[in-house]
Design a protein around this ligand. Structure first.
Ligand SMILES: Nc1ncnc2c1ncn2[C@@H]1O[C@H](COP(=O)(O)OP(=O)(O)OP(=O)(O)O)[C@@H](O)[C@H]1O
Length: 281
């Protein structure tokens, strides 16, 4: 079966920023965490995939088609940072609106999510907490038979209990192995819990995109002197931070002699190295 998402050579330029020749593959059955600091280009990438922002060049294939095709859009569930609904609306009105917008809209399913989340149908969205707004958006995204869920910073600003509820929903959604999730976040601990693949974006460029377990297994942190660092195979060193008492390097384990003390690394540390390292290779 085709991948859920394939992006080839995607470019979108703004003044002072460019999403630059992005290539990305999200297989079905996979949760991909899109990680990057503020302004890295996560939202621009996601909005381009959703056809909310037009690309300058490149190709995007979503669920085997194009996102400007209404039949394809039906099969994408999107949760954007701002929730996307008018703040004066309530959940009952969202139900009516989306019932008209989506042929596959499942009002009973939406109602069951509202009950599960304790969302009152007549309360205006402007009076919701951030967590409730996010849950409403996710309930909507999950109520029209989506195969691909795209969530932009859906978990940031949520307390740990609500965050876990959201992650549980994603687990449920992924029980169907033809489904896929693209989840952007700068909270890497959320991604540790759920992401199969990690994609790092920095200044509009993809620095790496691979399985989370392989990423962690293949890399490590080495603390050493500058002289020791210079003696290493340059291809084995991905990023370096230098301090008064030596260097800290993100290294590829297979390029480092066996007796060197390479320590385990977390996704968070990899992100810090790749975005804040003095030398990123
Ligand atoms: N419509 C626009 N016009 C001009 N510049 C834009 C526009 N949208 C985004 N940008 C710029 O593109 C860059 C990337 O923004 P983007 O929102 O994609 O980053 P992000 O990784 O989602 O950040 P955050 O985590 O803060 O949401 C920023 O420098 C932003 O100012």
């Amino acid at each position: 079966m085709k991948n859920a998402l394939e992006i080839r050579g995607l470019t979108r330029k703004y003044e002072g920023f460019a999403l630059d020749s992005v290539n990305l593959t999200l297989p079905r059955g996979c949760v991909m965490g899109l990680v990057g600091e503020n302004g890295a280009g996560k939202t621009t990438l996601i909005k381009t995939v959703l056809d909310l922002v037009r690309q300058d060049s490149g190709e995007i294939e979503v669920l085997g088609g194009r996102a400007d095709d209404a039949a394809v859009r039906e099969r994408i569930g999107a949760v954007l940072e701002d929730g996307g609904f008018l703040s004066t609306m309530n959940a009952a009105q969202v139900d009516t609106l989306l019932g008209r917008a989506y042929r596959a809209w499942d009002g009973a399913q939406f109602a069951s999510y509202l009950d599960r989340f304790g969302i009152e149908r007549r309360k205006a969205i402007k009076d919701y907490s951030r967590g409730m707004k996010m849950k409403l958006s996710i309930a909507a995204a999950l109520s029209h038979g989506a195969e691909l869920l795209i969530l932009d910073e859906a978990t940031s600003g949520l307390d740990p209990v609500v965050r876990d509820e959201v992650l549980d929903l994603l687990y449920d959604f992924m029980q169907d192995e033809t489904h896929a999730v693209l989840l952007s976040s700068h909270i890497t601990s959320d991604l540790d819990k759920i992401a199969d693949n990690i994609t790092f974006i920095h200044h509009g460029r993809i620095l790496l995109s691979e399985g989370r377990d392989e990423l962690i297994d293949r890399h490590g942190v080495l603390r050493c002197t500058e002289e020791q660092l210079d003696a290493l195979d340059p291809d084995a060193v991905r990023a370096v931070r230098k301090g008064a008492f030596g260097c800290e390097a993100l290294v590829k384990r297979d390029g480092i002699p066996e007796n060197w003390p390479v320590e385990p690394v977390s996704v968070e540390q990899i992100m810090m190295f790749l975005t804040k390292g003095e030398e990123v290779r």
